[in-house]
Design a protein around this ligand. Structure first.
Ligand code: ATP
Ligand code: MG
Length: 421
């Protein structure tokens, strides 16, 4: 079955890639497709972005092509632009010393493809393909592992994880993205070498973790992190969940679309450990301040009991409190957690959603008022806090009666409020 894909591979290579490879060949170099792009090709049967490897040095690549961008020549990567396509080309490397467990001590360029494939993390990431000779290089049995859905390191897993602790996170992230199983020794090695993750910055950890939770098999990825002790190291707020809590959490996470699963996790953390701990979790995910503030506001206001009888103006005031921009997400989270708390019917939830969407069209912020602060100055109200007070009063009126948001009506109210004739 996989053999078939190998045969088809030749016909799937974009013409531009062939052209680039031919240019290398004409100049006495070689060039291969490598790594994640082949893995994804064999799994989903098409190419996303294509990564190339060459035995030419970065400077030689820059000489060969008219349009190149240096995106890390120290690490050997040059962007080659050809026919409107941008291709990342990396010079073959071999790496010997990983003294700090974080970065390869030094990058050593190589001429040998096999050495380059040996330094790659997982067998399914270690394939290479020469589109001119149509040869597939599979030194580490990657095709077989792809077929058996096994994630396995290239070489001794303990050694490979100790060399670079980021690989521990990458392993769990690939489990979540690919739906693969961890090969036994690789799993045991994750447990044994988990402390190598301590050397990895929170930024890089968070970047992998965010991909993990948004992936199709997020539950498997999180379980892998939990069972190997990695979750405890970087996200203790989550690691302290009891098995019962996890059982309650999985269906909720599944209900959340990719993009805001972290919000669901933060809400679950907040329920058990308080909003401060949820905040720490979001900080650990390296979200910016504004995003964290929005998420916390949504979480803090989730447990309202929605009542059909609630007046429009009461709901408008609520939307104003959580912010219009947050309302859609608030609704989504509300719907996810409704299964735990309130149990509205699906049609009730739909109606509620429609109602909130409509109310969001009403003016709910000072910026949306038909009267501006400048208009008050022109009326003769002096610059100062009084202006803000009047504007807020006007907003209260408009939230109660949106139809009053016209310049002529608001100027009338403003006059009354400022005690002017
Ligand atoms: P994706 O692009 O979906 O994140 P990928 O496998 O392409 O997945 P990249 O980070 O783009 O991941 O890396 C490209 C290739 O480089 C990988 O397929 C792998 O062969 C190799 N690689 C990346 N990071 C490491 C690492 N920390 N240790 C060893 N090899 C790595
Ligand atoms: Mg990639």
């Amino acid at each position: 079955q996989m053999k078939l894909y190998v045969k088809e591979l030749a016909s799937q290579i974009p013409a531009t890639v062939l052209k680039v490879c031919q240019t290398y060949k004409d100049n006495g170099f070689q060039c291969w497709l490598v790594g994640g792009c082949l893995r994804d090709y064999f799994l989903v049967h098409n190419f996303q972005d294509i990564d190339l490897a060459t035995d030419a040095l970065p400077a030689e690549t820059q000489d060969l092509f008219a349009h190149t961008t240096d995106i890390g020549s120290a690490y050997g990567t040059i962007l080659v632009k050809e026919d409107g396509m941008a291709l990342e080309v990396t010079t073959l490397r071999q790496e010997d010393d990983y003294a700090d467990g974080r970065h390869p001590e030094q990058v050593v360029f190589a001429k040998d493809l096999k050495a380059d494939l040996a330094r790659r993390d997982f067998t399914v990431n270690s394939l290479a393909y020469d589109p001119l000779s149509r040869e597939l290089f599979d030194h580490y049995n990657g095709l077989n592992d792809l077929q058996n859905k096994l994630l396995k390191t290239v070489g001794d897993p303990r050694k490979r994880f100790r060399e670079d602790g980021l690989r521990l996170m990458r392993a769990c992230r690939f489990i979540a993205q690919l739906g693969f199983e961890l090969e036994d020794q690789t799993f045991l090695a994750l447990q044994e070498t988990k402390n190598a993750l301590k050397k990895i910055s929170q930024e890089r950890t968070a970047s992998e973790f965010n991909k993990l939770i948004e992936a199709p098999f997020a539950e498997d990825g999180l379980r892998a992190m939990l069972e190997t002790g990695l979750l405890e190291i970087k996200f203790p707020e989550l690691a302290s969940f009891s098995e019962e809590q996890w059982q309650r959490s999985w269906p909720l996470l599944k209900l959340a679309e990719p993009g805001w699963r972290s919000l669901v996790l933060a809400k679950l953390i907040s329920d058990e450990q308080g909003i401060k701990t949820a905040e720490r979790f979001l900080q650990n995910l390296k979200y910016n301040k504004a995003q964290i503030a929005s998420y916390l506001l949504i979480i803090a206001n989730l447990r309202i009991l929605y009542d059909k009888q609630a007046t429009d103006s009461a709901l408008r005031a609520f939307i104003q409190k959580i912010g219009k921009g947050n309302t859609l997400l608030w609704l989504k989270l509300y719907q996810v957690f409704d299964s735990l708390y309130n149990n509205h019917s699906a049609s009730e939830l739909k109606k509620m959603e429609k109602r909130f969407q409509e109310l969001c069209l009403d003016p709910l912020t000072i910026e949306e008022l038909a009267l501006k602060g400048d208009d008050l100055l022109k009326m003769g109200i002096p610059k100062g806090p009084r202006i803000g007070q009047i504007m807020r009063k006007l907003l209260e009126i408009v939230i109660e009666y949106p139809q009053k948001n016209s310049w002529s009506q608001l100027i009338g109210y403003a006059k009354e409020l400022s005690n002017m004739p």
